[in-house]
Design a protein around this ligand. Sequence first.
Ligand code: THU
Length: 135
Amino acid sequence: MTDYKRLLDEAREARKYSYSPFSHFSVGAALLAEDGKIFRGCNLESAVFSPSLCAERVALAKALSEGVTGFTAIAIVGAENGEEPTNPCFPCGVCRQVLSEHVNLSGFEVVVEKDGRPEIHLLSELLPSAFVFEK
Ligand code: THU
């Protein structure tokens, strides 16, 4: 069974390394692979803005670039720099799409934190009618 609280704690840990001097909003993510490995990511911004990376895609890129491909869940926490997250931090539309291309859409879980407790959503619920590239 997935330890959602542990996954949120991993995301909280990842958030410590956020580089977000422009938005002043730091995000941490923890991506759980089928084999139990956890890949952490934080948002990394750039002074020219467009190369900025969301925490979720940093975690995903770390896993994929190490040959890991099966995933079951991702936990995300986010808040203003220096503040403790209070509201749930949902993945942006771009991250929802990119995640959808690497997971089993109907089973993959997105874990956010609400009132100090894990709240679980299916990616399929957050991204209905995902774009699928068909040649
Ligand atoms: N951000 C993430 O890392 N993940 C999300 O799901 C939402 C937004 C980052 C991007 C940017 O560095 C900052 O949060 C403010 O948008």
